[in-house]
Design a protein. Sequence first.
Length: 405
Amino acid sequence: MLSTVLHLAKKDLLLFAADKRAIALTFLLPIAMITIFYFAFGGSGQDGDSPVVALIVTDLDSSQASQRFLGDLDSLQGLRLDIAGSESASRNAVAEGKRAAALLIKAGFGDSLARGGSLPLEVIYDSGRPMEFGIISQLLYAQIGDFAGESQGKARAKKQMMQAFGMDEATVEGLMAQMASGESAAPAAPLFEATEVVGERNNDFSLIQAVAGTAVMLLLFSVAGMGSGLLAEREAGTLKKLLYAPILPSAILGGKFASTLLLSVAQLLLMFAFAALAFGLDLSRNLPALLLMIVATAAVCASLGMLLASVSRSRKQLDGFSTILILTMSAIGGSMMPVVFMPEFLQKLALGTVNYWAIQGFYDLYWRNLGFASVLDNAGILLGLAALMMGLSTYFFRRNLVRML
């Protein structure tokens, strides 16, 4: 009995060693996922690879003091400044999700700095991006304290001495000039006004992320399984019978795509309906835009399923390849964690995933409360990708599956 067990184990090991895709799935996928999540959470052994957050700034004071302050901010590691010429441009950038926060340096900044008064600074932020805003807030507090601490400390001390002891300004300045101390009292860090952009929030950010991210990832796995129906039909001999009939291969592929598209739309509708009933997701805002995003998302996912089935020679290959691709796209594209939490180079890679464009479209609708026009770009990109992948699917279907009959 022991000998039989050993022979069966040897046979399974030999079969495993002969399957390169199974080897990659078993060993390379965990390595790839660990690497992705390491960089996604900002891990790095070098300072130059640390996450960079972008802050859009509008200088309404245009004084020497405000320009020096901007220069100090621009020198901070981990912060990238984008200058906007008007307050409305900064507000719109945050409202449309292009930036997590904006800094307004209001008129009178230089004068307030000299007098030791409160600095007229306002930070506009998107509360749906708490990690980015937290980093920006820490950088701003530290830099404002360093920049304004000494001058504001002296101004406040002079003001207090004049009020407490009735001294005139010249006398106070003379006394302060005689102080030969190298120490100075550390003033409280100057505060800035923080204002959340956009108005009423009808939905919770975490709920939108969970629904949109999970829906797209699960749909990708589902359509990969539906696409494997092509391979199942080939193995059962059904595909051969269809090809012997007067039916074009592209028609066979088109029929499979149509059925997969309908099932995908139904699956997405069910997911969003469940979120509305179980968790209170407000779907009342702009239903036509929601339907457009659902159809576009279903189309691109269905076309990807057809492409995966067309390039695979067996269902085993399809399972391995689709798992690697879908998990990687989901990790980078925002299904597993919001893209805004990732370092800049991963955010750029996310643009090449279908997850990113679908999730951003749902964000625009149900977090940023934007209108129908806001999803046209996202839906257009998704539909364009769907058309491209269906073209590739037709080519590989003819080349691989038909030739193997």
